[in-house]
Design a protein around this ligand. Structure first.
Ligand code: ATP
Length: 386
């Protein structure tokens, strides 16, 4: 009997793992390095076939360690990893249904593009006719046919990156693992390659697990983003959900450019207002009064995206109960919109306003929040109040 069947039929297993639906499952996966450093805590995710999962977070948060455990390059300290229906904790990397694309491409300098792509199949003793077919198909998908006889040093950065992808494609793996594959490219090429990766994923319809510290890559590529910090998963959600409804202050500050604005204050004792530390009072919506009824008289952190602060007359008229004086530090006119960098009660605020001309040398400006788009976070737990 296959292991897959054992797990599905195990009646004592409280959670039945659906291997028809999921390509990769991590269950309570932990990593403790030999020096005792706990790099990943209780990582849980079920990845559906064809999903594009992006692991994102600041340097050192544990994203590469997680990817390397899935690849089999790093031992799993505890927990279970399933790929394509099999528990693979103790399986060698070459036997797992994965192919990896590294940050530095790891191409063989002395081999042509063709042989770089064919190499992993040659050492697996795949039939030469099939190797040729698979290499040519990958080369066509990636637009590499004209370069098959070139060596890596005769290629541009973007072309080398495509060869690295080609080496993974010929393996026809269940899961593609990509570790910061665009970080060695300049900003313009990164944009182009982002689009190519998106198209490649659509075309292959395979499962991608992708590591980056760049939240723009995370937002543009992912079907779901996993944000990590200090070894802990902070939130797993679609880009839109993560942007609109960050689970805690860390995610709110990490996802989105500019990051969310945070304002410290408390909920008034009658439960109707947010009283900012500056003394300014903002009227809560009915839904917020209900949501925050246990917080009357208590401290909270209010958070707003820059685009939900306005300075135009119509918005100010519409939101008379949420206006405030924004002390202006400097402004950046960016054509379609202007960023105002300033302070509110001593706290930093960035407003993204649709002013069609530069604001000039203003010191203070009347602004208002769109209260329907405001979130509140618990000071103790740092979680969004919901
Ligand atoms: P980056 O974006 O900088 O690559 P990351 O999120 O991918 O960061 P990891 O490489 O997963 O981070 O490292 C997570 C933590 O584990 C870091 O604090 C790192 O110093 C630590 N670490 C990594 N490798 C080892 C090791 N072999 N022994 C001990 N600690 C390690």
């Amino acid at each position: 009997m296959e292991e897959k069947d054992v797990i599905l039929e195990n009646e004592n297993d409280e959670q039945v793992l659906d291997f028809d639906k999921y390509d990769v499952i991590l269950k309570d996966v932990n990593k403790v390095y030999p020096n005792g450093f706990h790099a990943v805590y209780d990582f849980n995710i079920e990845i559906e076939k064809g999903e594009f999962i992006v692991l994102a977070g600041p340097s050192g948060c544990g994203k590469s360690t997680t990817l390397r455990m899935v690849a089999g390059l790093e031992e799993i300290s505890s927990g279970d990893l399933y790929i394509n229906g099999k528990r693979v904790n103790d399986m060698a990397p070459k036997d797992r249904d994965i192919a990896m694309v590294f940050q530095n491409y790891a191409l063989y300098a002395h081999m042509t593009v063709y042989h770089n792509m064919a190499f992993s199949l040659t050492i697996r003793k795949v039939d030469p006719v099939e190797i040729h077919q698979r290499v040519m198909k990958a080369a066509e998908i990636l637009g590499l046919v004209p370069y098959l006889n070139r060596k890596p040093k005769e290629l541009s950065g973007g072309q080398r990156q495509r060869v690295a992808c080609g080496r993974a494609i010929v393996r026809d793996p269940v899961v593609f693992l990509l570790d910061e594959p665009l970080s060695n490219l300049d900003a313009k090429l990164r944009g182009t390659m982002r689009k190519e990766l998106m198209l490649l994923h659509d075309r292959l319809n395979s499962t991608f697990l992708y590591v980056t510290h760049d939240q723009i890559e995370a937002l543009t590529l992912a079907s779901r983003i996993v944000v990590m910090n200090e070894g802990y998963v902070q939130q797993i959600a679609s880009p839109k959900e993560m942007f609109d409804n960050p689970e805690n202050l860390f995610v709110a500050g990490f996802i989105g450019t500019p990051p969310m604005n945070f304002a410290n204050g408390l909920i008034s004792t009658d439960g109707k207002y947010f009283e900012h530390i500056s003394g300014c009072k903002l009227k809560l919506t009915k839904a917020q009064m209900e949501l925050l009824k246990d917080y009357a008289g208590k401290k909270v952190i209010m958070a707003s995206r820059s685009e939900y602060i306005a300075i135009d007359d119509a918005s100010l008229k519409e939101n008379p109960d949420s206006t405030f004086d924004l002390e202006v530090d400097y402004t950046e006119f960016l054509g379609a919109y202007t960023l105002i960098y300033g302070f509110y009660g001593g706290e930093n605020v960035i407003a993204k306003v649709y002013a069609r001309k530069p604001l000039g040398d203003v010191k203070s400006i009347k602004a208002c929040y769109d209260m329907n788009k405001i979130h509140f976070f618990d000071v103790e737990t740092t979680n969004r109040i919901r």
